[in-house]
Write a protein that binds this ligand. Structure first.
Ligand SMILES: Nc1nc2c(ncn2[C@@H]2O[C@H](COP(=O)(O)OP(=O)(O)OP(=O)(O)O)[C@@H](O)[C@H]2O)c(=O)[nH]1
Length: 189
């Protein structure tokens, strides 16, 4: 087996409204810590090796600036990206409503029917302020052929699962001998 067979690079873009906890989730996953204070993200990339079903992957995780309905989805959020993590906060109905908007923008941009995607309901530790029920999250994911999970970056609940689910969604759609993405191609299937 060549190194290319054993170490696969997978680019994952994390998108969602402002302050839903995208950075906190990524930092918990890659650095095992939780940051209470809020620093708006411009854009940064984190790398972490992940072993999933016996295969070693290098996950390149792109932390994006929070989106709203007026944000333009640029090529950097679609081209060469293998999988998408779309995050809403269970405490914000508005952030939940943004998920379909962002999903549709990706689909439009890439000209595909569906994408390897995990929809994440964050901040599940704040259940007393819940605005989005679990069934709503599940059925949104079902409608879009996406995986779904609720997480708490604060308590490190289901954070690693997000990235496992994303790798599963990517691999589910990948043809057996999928070539590595070319920089100029939209890889979403
Ligand atoms: N209680 C609780 N708070 C959280 C959780 N995740 C994030 N937060 C808090 O929510 C705030 C925003 O978190 P960020 O991770 O910066 O959010 P973001 O989505 O990256 O924000 P942008 O960079 O603006 O897009 C911070 O004060 C975090 O401490 C969580 O799981 N539980």
């Amino acid at each position: 087996m060549t190194n290319r067979d054993t170490l696969k690079n997978r680019k994952i873009a994390v998108l969602g409204s402002r302050s839903v906890g995208k950075s906190s989730m990524i930092v918990q996953f890659t650095e095992s810590q939780f940051i209470e204070s809020y620093y708006p993200t411009i854009e940064s990339t984190f790398t972490k090796p992940v072993t999933y079903k016996g295969t070693e992957y290098t996950c390149e995780i792109i932390d994006t600036a929070g989106q709203d309905e007026y944000s333009l989805l640029g090529p950097k959020h679609a081209i060469g990206i293998h999988g998408f993590v779309l995050v809403y906060s269970i405490t914000s109905r508005k952030s939940f409503d943004m998920i379909q908007v962002i999903y549709d923008k990706i689909i439009d941009f890439c000209g595909v029917m569906d994408i390897p995607c995990v929809i994440v309901g964050s901040k599940m530790d704040l259940d007393s302020s819940r605005q989005v029920q679990t069934e709503e999250g599940e059925s949104l994911a079902d409608r879009n052929k996406a995986a779904w999970v609720e997480t708490s970056a604060k308590n490190n609940v289901n954070v690693a699962k997000v990235f496992e689910l994303c790798l599963a969604e990517i691999e589910k759609r990948a043809p057996r001998s999928q070539p590595e993405p070319k920089a100029s191609n939209c890889l979403v299937m």
